[in-house]
Write a protein of this length. Structure first.
Lengths: 163, 499
């Protein structure tokens, strides 16, 4: 199960990067989100999985796709041809980073200890999430509210035609 | 479940942050009226509201300091260090608001949303500076960064402006992603989000490679905001793209809060264990050396005075990180003093452009020619501020550096102290060039003609702020004991005592 969803998420993300058509890239992104939400279910957090699908795949992504279609700019822009040295350099960088991450995850005793621990705690439900959000993390919740307001005002200020 | 309203003591911790945030939320509503006759008054009203909110926040923080109370609410802890930082941010923002009044009158009026975004940024910085909880820290980081991205691109008539804004946004997003990844790793390994608890908690794998990577990713986020080399490339472009008051505010306040957050997260490096402590110290050393060398040498070859000031602000980040290398209470106190003087110096230096009426792309040394004689008072202030930036005694900038270098020598980092002194000598070169342009170079004939034809520029408020900066710089030189013993020392003592 884990492998299926992980591969789905990774393949979606990779296809998103390699895809040149903006709309197809958006659809690949939805695929990747589906994989991630599957991982959330496996982690015992169906709330996050539902939010991932409803908010990310359902709302944000569809909105982005609409904007792309409305702008009608799905013709492929001629990308700059990357020089071979850049290509080999990026391949080498990915290899080094991947190897480093692999060795890090294998060589970390603390992580092994965590993995050996038995799983505790019930799965998250909407009720406990709401409880926590409005008691323990009330401050963060409010700050996030201000953050969204600030981002909205900033976006409007940047694109408004009539100053 | 604890769903009760905050008690009055808890409100006290929230008030200084709520004042600017509420003003920021109200201001856009005032801008709905499009009538040309009314708009003039609305503008004045917006500025009055902004200054009132900042003033209220200032008075509140000052009163808290007087009563020596340190209120807290949930993850927010308004201790002496947070109060010091709050006053620091509010003063920087008030100076920026005053300068922007003149700046926008010169460069063409843009939207009042600018002020609203600035105030959001102020409240975000206060949240960022008063918590050790990584989640709230991240939210504060975003709350002050996102308005700054938009502020950079305020002047849409210039193409470089949106370029700078986009550059800042993309690099900032990468840094924020690193920061968040670091938080995730640390939370996964320790099960707590509080970085001060994390360190003391039994069973924390301080020497684990994954833990070290997590700390490293956190450092990337912090050092990006400090704009230390090698995370500095955005700085000159962004400062040049944004209006002068905003550039001044970014250079002072962003750097200030990031340094304070670093002080909070890594107060004494010994507490991080025998493996991690020296590693973090090594990173600080490397970053400080790179920053001092790269920034000072690059600043020498700039033709734009504003770019030079951007590189100079990077180099000041280097001196501040040197204080973290020493890490003693004396060095941390010195850093806070340095920050206070740096506020006066940089708000003054960026304000000079507005005070001289140099808006738009007129920010090269050529444009500065002979201006020192035309505005003698501003010329004098400019000389004081620039000499202080270079660290000439007996001005404030000298004592800031002196306190940090003294502690470096005391902790055995003599080489770094010598490098710091050499870097300040090099910096003398580019600051002198600014002064030479102001006083020793006669304006060209074309500039003379332009000056006689141009209308009288409105810059009284900006000149006032530059004057305040210069006075603070001189006062910092002669009365540093008041500032150090009164505020900075107490802030650091409180921080280290709490732990």
């Amino acid at each position: 199960m884990f492998l299926t969803f992980a591969i789905l998420a990774l393949a979606g993300a990779l296809a998103l990067l390699l895809q040149k058509n903006a709309i197809e890239a958006g659809l690949c992104m939805a695929l990747s989100f589906l994989g991630v939400s599957g991982l959330f279910v496996l982690l015992g957090n169906p709330v996050a999985a539902a939010l991932q699908i409803i908010v990310y795949a359902g709302a944000i992504l569809i909105l982005v796709l609409f904007v792309i279609m409305l702008l009608n700019s799905h013709e492929e822009e001629p990308a700059e041809v990357s020089r071979p040295i850049q290509r080999w350099g990026s391949v080498a960088l990915v290899a080094v980073l991947g190897l480093g991450a692999f060795r890090l995850l294998n060589g970390s005793p603390a992580l092994a200890e965590l993995a050996a621990k038995p799983v505790t705690g019930a799965s998250t439900n909407l009720h406990s999430l709401g409880d926590m959000l409005f008691s323990q993390h009330l401050l963060g919740f409010e700050v996030a509210g201000f953050l969204l307001l600030a981002a909205m005002i900033g976006a409007v200020a940047l694109v408004k035609k009539n100053l | 479940m604890n769903s009760a309203l905050p008690t009055s003591a808890q409100w006290a911790a929230l008030m200084p942050i709520l004042f600017p945030a509420l003003a920021a939320a109200v201001i856009p509503l005032a801008l709905l009226d499009r009538d040309a006759g009314v708009q003039k008054w609305i503008r004045a009203g917006v500025y009055a509201v902004a200054l009132f909110a900042l003033g209220a926040s200032f008075m509140f923080l000052a009163e808290l300091g007087k009563q020596s109370s340190q209120p807290s609410y949930q993850q927010l802890r308004l201790d002496y260090l947070a109060q010091f930082t709050g006053i620091f941010i509010v003063v920087a923002a008030a100076l920026a608001v005053l300068q922007s009044w003149d700046h926008f009158h010169q460069e063409g009026w843009v939207k009042g949303e600018t002020i609203s975004l600035l105030l959001f940024s102020v409240s975000g910085m206060m949240v960022f500076a008063s918590t050790t909880n990584l989640l709230v820290l991240f939210l504060g980081l975003e709350l002050f960064s996102i308005p700054l991205y938009a502020l950079t691109a305020t002047l849409r008539s210039r193409s470089s402006s949106s370029e700078g804004g986009l550059k800042y946004f993309i690099t900032g997003a990468v840094a924020a992603a690193c920061f968040l990844m670091g938080i995730v790793i640390l939370y996964g390994l320790t099960g707590t989000l509080d970085i001060s608890v994390m360190r003391l908690q039994a069973g924390t794998p301080l020497a684990d490679p994954l833990f070290i990577v997590g700390i490293g990713l956190l450092l990337v986020g912090f050092l990006f905001k400090v704009s230390a080399v090698p995370f500095h490339q955005w700085t000159p472009d962004v400062y040049v793209a944004s209006p002068h008051p905003i550039a001044g505010f970014m250079s002072v306040a962003t750097k200030g809060v990031a340094i304070v957050a670093l002080i909070r997260a890594f107060p004494g490096l010994t507490a991080w264990g025998p493996v991690l402590g020296p590693k973090v110290q090594g990173v600080f050393m490397l970053v400080a050396v790179l920053t001092l060398v790269v920034a000072n040498l690059t600043a020498l070859v700039q033709t734009s005075a504003k770019r030079m000031l951007a590189y100079s602000s990077i180099s000041h980040a280097g001196y501040l990180v040197l204080g973290l290398v020493a890490g003693t209470p004396g060095a941390l106190t010195g850093m806070l003093f340095y920050l206070a003087i740096y506020l006066a110096m940089n708000m003054g230096a960026f304000g000079l452009f507005t005070a001289f009426g140099l808006v738009g792309e007129k920010d090269t040394y050529e444009d500065l020619r002979g201006l020192g004689w035309k505005h003698p008072l501003m010329g004098l202030c400019a000389a004081l501020i620039l000499f202080s930036l270079a660290g000439v005694p007996p001005l404030g900038g000298f004592y800031g550096k002196y306190m940090i270098f003294k502690e470096l020598v005391a902790t055995g980092h003599v080489n770094l102290a010598i490098l710091g002194v050499l870097a300040s000598l090099v910096s003398m070169g580019y600051y002198l060039r600014f002064i030479v342009a102001l006083f020793l170079q006669a304006p060209t004939q074309a500039q003379e003609r332009e000056a006689t034809e141009a209308p009288v520029i409105q810059a009284s408020l900006a000149r006032g702020t530059v004057l305040v900066g210069a006075i603070l710089v001189v006062a910092g030189g002669f009365m540093q004991t008041v500032l150090v013993d009164g505020f900075a020392h107490r802030a650091i003592q409180g921080l280290l005592g709490l732990r």
